[in-house]
Design a protein around this ligand. Sequence first.
Ligand SMILES: Cc1ncc(COP(=O)(O)O)c(C=O)c1O
Length: 399
Amino acid sequence: MEFDETESGESRYLMSTYSRPGDMILVSGDGCELTDHRGRTYLDCMSGIAVMALGHSDPEWVATVAAEAGRLVHVSNLYHSAPQVSLARELVERSFADKVFFCNSGTEANEAAFKLARKWAVNQGSADKTRVVAFEGGFHGRTIGALSMTHKPSIREPFEPLLEGVTFAPFNDAEAAQRAIDDKTAAVFVEPLQGEGGVRPVDPAFLKRVAELCRRHRALLVFDEVQCGLGRTGTLFAHEQLGVTPDLMTLAKPLAGGLPIGALLATEEVAMAFGPGDHGSTFAGGPLVCRAAEVVLRRLTPEFLAEVRALGDQLRESLEALKHPAIVEVRGLGLLVGVELDRPVAPVVEAARRRGLLVIPAGEQVVRFAPPLIISRAALLRAVRLFDESLAAADERSE
Ligand SMILES: Cc1ncc(COP(=O)(O)O)c(C=O)c1O
């Protein structure tokens, strides 16, 4: 299909839930490079929103998926599945968790966590222990349950009334958390590094206080590591750098190297609240997607993660060295880095795209860098140079 046909077909056949740049259809990818329909290339510093950790067309991943596609793609969850068990074992052996439930996205993982927390809390013997605390700036997904815990008013309000019983507390404010969490709280959902909300790291002292409050009120601590987990911050899970362990954790984006998957990880005590029939999914945890995820997990070795930390330091330092007056702050962990500007970032993101650099906003005033974790130092330097030029170009356009 040619470009014009795609563009006009899009407005004719697709619901318009996304706004997309007008002159580009991406047609192939190799490592950190994407190519569009006219043969123009782009340095990918957004990884399909923090998904393509191994980059595009990784040979081992491609070979595994091709082989599995020819063997067994899907059988449903009504039968045993060896790939599902070996992926779950790998996740359990490398985390705090004892049990895993597979689903198809980050949103679904948070829905599953919400349901499990409700069932666990009611099993504790108090029928009114149903409330959830979430934080301002937090993003947990777009279905009614997950959206009820997502803070951004512009995406919540058109769909109200949402679920009752969710309290939003200011992020990184321990006193406010103390006021919000009580004996009626079933679960507290936190992103250890907020992604969509502007690449905002959690304050470790705040997180420790939240964990204490959860213990005191017998509420479950849920870490949403959908965006910051699985190597993105330079450790397998972001919370490993924070000295706090959750009862539940949700994962998704990079887990299967670009195929849809989500996972809810839980301690034994909490996981026991789910019994047969309590939750399910037709597609989740199929053989193909689980084998693909095993490739990704195998590659996230301690040496690989150390390199992600080093690359992240290099990226932050070279962004901090830029002298552009619009830059307010550079922050983040590993290869999830935000540059806050004193102005809307959309023109800068567009100027970057025109120069062959793909970065994305995280809110109105933050440019987010989330490159494939395999990116080279030279490519990061090129990204920072293109970003610097884009800041200048956006200035010129606004004058
Ligand atoms: C922290 C976090 N949780 C949940 C989600 C929702 O994940 P998905 O889009 O896979 O449903 C996202 C997506 O950006 C996210 O960043």
